[in-house]
Write a protein that binds this ligand. Sequence first.
Ligand code: NAP
Length: 352
Amino acid sequence: MSENAIEKVVIIGSGPAGWCAATYAARAQLQPLVYEGAITEENRMAGTLPLGQLALTSEVENYAGFPAGDLGAFLDSALPQERRMMMPPHDGHGVTGPELMELMRQQAVNFGTRVVTDDIVKVDFSSRPFTLVTAGGSEVRAHSVIVATGASANWLGLESETRFKNRGVSACAVCDGALPRFRNKELVVVGGGDSAVEEATYLTKFASRVHLVHRRDELRASKIMAKRALENDKIQIHFDTTLAEVLGDDEQGVTGVRLESTTDVAKTTTLEVAGVFLAIGHTPNTAFLDGQLELNAKKYIIWQKHFRTATNVEGVFAAGDVADDYYRQAISAAGTGCMAALDAERWLAEHD
Ligand code: NAP
C-alpha cells in the first residue's frame, strides 16, 4: 500500500462479511485491503472493536461446519503464535466467537489480504477512484469499496449492564440462550418489539421462566407475535417497567435484577435471575458514510437490486448486518460478504 497507489478493492469492517469478502477477493487476485477498525477505548465501549459482534460472544453453536468438539490443536496449527497467545485457552466445548473470527481473519490473510488496524472515518464517493480517510488521518484511494461495518446492539447504558456483559448479560438470545448457565433458570428480556418477543419465546426452551420487561403498557411487537408471548405460560410480562440495575458478583456473574415502575417511581422489584437479554434494537454502523449511500429509515444501507450487493453508488458494495436488519446472523453475513466480493470482481472486470 503506497500513498499514491489505487487499491482495487478496499473492505471496511472485520466481521464475518468483511473477512469472507476478503478471502474471495484475495483468491480473485484483487489484493484486498481490509480496514479492520481501531483498538480504542471508545470502540470498546461502543462494541465496534475489530472482529465485529461475534468477538463479543462466547460459544457459537450454530455456525455451519463447527460442531462441538475440542479445537485446541486445530487453533494452534491454524493461527500464528503471536495472535494465539493473546487468546484465552480453548475450553474444548466448540468454537467461540473470538476463535471463529480469528480463523476467518487468518484465512483471508493466508490468501494475501492486507490488514490495517484503523477505522475509516470519512469517505468521498462522489468521484472515482473513491477516497477514504482513516482515523489516523491517512488517505487511501480505491476503485471499488465493500462496506461491511455491521451493526451494534443497543444497550441501556447502565454501569451494572457493562460489568456483567458476557457473564449473564447478552444482546443475543440466539447466540447465547442455550448456554448451560441459563438452563432451567429464570431470565429477563428487556424490550417490547418483535425481537424481544421472539427472544423471550426462544428462551422458554431453556429457561424455567422468562420475565419480559417493557417500558410501556403495550407491546410494539406485531399482533401475532405479541399474542404468542401473552399466551405463553412461561413468559411473564412486566409492563410499565424498566431495568434499573443488574445484580451479581464476580464469581457467579448475574444473580438478579432490580426493576423500577415507570408509573410509580417508589415501586421497585427485585427478581432472582441468571441472565439478562437486551432486545432494544440495533444501530447500523453507517454514520461515517455521512449520507453518501442510500439508507433506509433505520439507517441500514439499501441493496439496490434483489439478491445483489450493489449500493446506489456504482463500485460500492455492502455486505453483512450493515445492509441487513432482518436475519442478522454470522452465517448470512459471511454469505453476503462472498456475494459482495464476486459483485466487486465482476464490476471491476466490466470497467477494466
Ligand atoms: P424495535 O421494533 O425497534 O423494538 C425495540 C423495542 O425496544 C421497543 O419495544 C422499544 O420500546 C424498546 N426500547 C428501545 N429503546 C429502549 C430503552 N432505552 N429502554 C427500554 N426499552 C427500549 O426493534 P426490534 O424488536 O429489534 O425489531 C427490529 C425490526 O426487525 C422490526 O421491524 C421487527 O418487526 C423486525 N423483526 C421481525 C421479526 C419477525 O417477524 N420474526 C423478529 C425480529 C425482528 P417502545 O416500544 O417503547 O419504543
